[in-house]
Design a protein around this ligand. Structure first.
Ligand code: ZN
Length: 303
């Protein structure tokens, strides 16, 4: 984990899950908190070694790898915690994440793990998109849904802390089917990212780039390619395809092998997100047949 300066006030901890830091006088704000106590211990040690204050925390979205270290931080320091609406509900009641992934059923014990559920935290300021001044920090919160319901990227001192609104090329290659909740919203958010004027961006996973538009374009191309494949796949299934088979076939096509329920649930959501995006675009149709949720080509609908 490398503590990297970006300009006079902005830094980031370059790690598996990046953590931003902004220093204004006697105040210091972390952007995201890493996955657990041990990550936060390292962050606090580094800030202390550099004699930098820690007074505020901003959480981009309520995924455990971005807020899991926040409980420990709140225990050790008097922190003002800021998060977007909706995401803040999950931060305060983290069981909601395994609950929604498990389609609303009470999660099985194995789903209560640190990758899907952090410890609950207190949120002091719940915000929406737009300009905000909170104590010594003036920033713009950009609403970028599609990966998480109300994800907010923070633009401050001309640096964009983007959360998971886009992924590094390496992440795209690693996951093959990136985790999203709605492909249509994801693409809208990526286009919005291209219009943000700033000196560079820190993604949740990957490295800071001055010119991050190329990486955003690669994200767009990746999602379009997956959607293109899915339309062809559904078009070729003349009798329609069940949701379950679509998840299995798409994972097989992209060489994704899930041996654990928890990782399969994430991929099920991602595959469904592409189908949802195509329904919204009017490219495929969905229907019920003998209590099975199915998808078909738009042309194969009866008149
Ligand atoms: Zn995330």
């Amino acid at each position: 984990m490398k503590f990297t300066p970006l300009n006079e006030t902005c830094y980031y901890f370059d790690a598996v899950v990046n953590i931003g830091y902004v220093h204004h006088g006697d105040q210091g704000m972390l952007i995201d908190a890493g996955i657990d106590d041990s990550i936060m211990r390292k962050v606090l040690k580094e800030l202390k070694a550099n004699e930098l204050p820690i007074t505020h925390l901003f959480i981009t979205h309520a995924h455990a790898d971005h807020y899991g270290g926040a409980h420990f931080l709140q225990k050790k320091h008097d922190i003002t915690t800021i998060a977007g609406k909706f995401e803040s509900a999950i931060l305060q009641h983290p069981t909601i994440e395994p609950l929604y992934l498990f389609q609303g059923n009470d999660p099985l014990p194995e789903l209560h793990n640190k990758f899907l559920e952090g410890k609950p935290i207190q949120v002091d300021r719940v915000i929406g998109e737009g300009e905000h001044t909170i104590d010594g920090f003036t920033f713009t919160a950009h609403l970028l849904p599609g990966h998480s319901y109300h994800q907010l990227a923070m633009q401050i001192d001309n640096i964009l802390f983007a959360g998971d609104s886009y992924f590094s090329e390496a992440q795209l290659e690693k996951h093959k089917i990136p985790y999203i909740t709605d492909a249509d919203l994801t693409l809208e958010s990526l286009l919005r990212l291209l219009s943000i004027d700033c000196d560079g961006a820190v993604p949740g996973h990957g490295t800071f780039e001055k010119d991050f538009n190329q990486t955003v374009e690669k994200n767009i191309a990746c999602h379009e390619e997956i959607m293109g494949w899915l339309v062809k796949y559904i078009t070729n299934a003349k009798a329609g395809v069940t949701h379950e088979t679509m998840v299995s076939d798409m994972c097989a096509h992209f060489a994704v092998e899930n041996s654990m329920l928890s990782s399969w649930l994430l991929y099920r959501t991602a595959v469904t997100a592409y189908a949802v995006g195509l329904i919204k675009r009017g490219k495929i149709d969905h229907y019920m047949e003998r209590n099975i949720w199915k998808f078909r080509n738009i042309q194969s609908q009866p008149n």
